[in-house]
Design a protein around this ligand. Structure first.
Ligand SMILES: NC(=O)c1ccc[n+]([C@@H]2O[C@H](COP(=O)([O-])OP(=O)(O)OC[C@H]3O[C@@H](n4cnc5c(N)ncnc54)[C@H](O)[C@@H]3O)[C@@H](O)[C@H]2O)c1
Length: 239
């Protein structure tokens, strides 16, 4: 029960990696708000669904106010909501570019601009940003996605400095998952997934639970001296 009495917000918590993080946090004793555009695809004790599109600036503020009023505080924020709209750069539309940047990068800012200062005022907290192996190394056909996920790494370091500047322990870290079996990979051809699996030292893709356990570690007191870091959770891809 490493997260006992903690209030955690997990964006994109309706399915996939976010769902596993929400369930893991609840198992560790947290009260979890899984904020997503869609309804939760599961039921779990102490995981509460909340309809939120992270691109909606006004609703993000209203969400923050509502959660603090209902639960008293936010101790943990996992910025996990994310999408892909893949295309080679020469064919990428403005719509594809803007949508991915709006959800994956601006959506993170829309919440942290409220929740970061709240944690600072409240005496501490842990923010975990879900980046990607693609944000670290780049990938053909994913200019928009790689830009958004690399941007998250810059935000992570900036916020680790900004919210702790008065000596308050607000820790901000990123997780850069490798390829993990969820719906987001549905558009990736099987032969490419096999290739990605072969590129790892462990010769397989990841499971959402393997990202959730790292998020749980970073959220907990076990990671009390870790901030501004990116944990690559990718089975040793590209060592
Ligand atoms: N699966 C992978 O291989 C992989 C690898 C690296 C990083 N990631 C990242 O992990 C995160 C979770 O991805 P996943 O694999 O679980 O994908 P997923 O598609 O299964 O889940 C994404 C969730 O985000 C929600 N979402 C999308 N747009 C939203 C918005 N505007 N507002 C609120 N919620 C929104 C979706 O409804 C969905 O529940 C994403 O940020 C993704 O980029 C995934």
């Amino acid at each position: 029960m490493k997260l006992k009495n903690k209030v955690a917000v997990v964006t994109g918590g309706a399915q996939g990696i976010g769902a596993e993080i929400a369930k893991k946090f609840a198992n560790e004793g947290a009260t979890v708000i899984a904020a997503d555009m869609n309804e939760l695809k599961y039921e779990a004790d102490n995981v509460h669904g909340y309809e939120l599109n992270v691109t909606d600036v006004k609703k993000c503020k209203a969400f923050f106010d509502d959660i603090v009023e209902s639960y008293g505080k936010i101790d943990i924020l996992v910025n996990n909501a994310g999408i892909t709209r893949d295309a080679m750069t020469r064919k990428m539309t403005d719509e594809q570019w803007n949508l991915v940047l709006d959800v994956n990068l601006k959506g993170v800012f829309n919440l942290v601009r409220h929740i970061g200062p709240h944690m600072e005022k409240n005496g501490g907290g842990s923010i975990i940003n879900i980046s990607s192996v693609v944000g670290v190394f780049g990938n053909i056909g994913q200019a928009n996605y790689s830009a958004s996920k690399a941007g998250i790494l810059g935000l992570t370091k900036t916020w680790a400095k900004e919210f702790a500047r008065k000596g308050v322990p607000v820790r901000v870290n990123a997780i850069a998952p490798g390829y993990v079996m969820t719906e987001i990979l549905q558009t990736v051809p099987d032969d490419l997934l096999d290739k990605f699996a072969a590129m790892t030292m462990l010769k397989r893709l990841g499971e959402p639970e393997e990202i959730a356990s790292v998020a749980s570690f970073l959220a907990s007191g076990d990671a009390s001296y870790i901030t501004g870091q990116t944990l690559n959770v990718n089975g040793g891809m590209r060592l």
